[in-house]
Ligand binder design. Structure first.
Ligand SMILES: [Cu+2]
Length: 87
């Protein structure tokens, strides 16, 4: 299980963009998104855990990896661009 906090994911458009990006990388992956908590959980048997933050970043969002049960750390850098028109 890979868990990310994605602060710039703010609506269902954002979550569908991220879901599509994940499915494009691994059609068999399971994606669980909680928009109000800005959480993305990805389960995949084939893609190494370290690659998912890049997948989310390339979709235009700013993921912060979360250890199980831990609080998200502050993002290392400001977002390159806003992920969505609604932000
Ligand atoms: Cu949005």
């Amino acid at each position: 299980m890979n868990t990310f906090e994605v602060k710039d994911m703010t609506c269902s458009h954002c979550s569908s963009t991220i879901t599509k990006a994940v499915k494009a990388r691994d059609p068999g992956a399971t994606v669980q998104i909680d928009i109000s908590a800005h959480r993305v959980q990805i389960e995949s048997d084939t893609v190494p855990a370290g690659q998912w933050s890049d997948v989310i970043r390339q979709a235009g969002y700013t993921p912060v990896a979360i250890q199980d049960g831990a609080q998200a750390a502050a993002p290392a850098a400001a977002p390159v661009r806003k992920g969505c028109c609604c932000g």
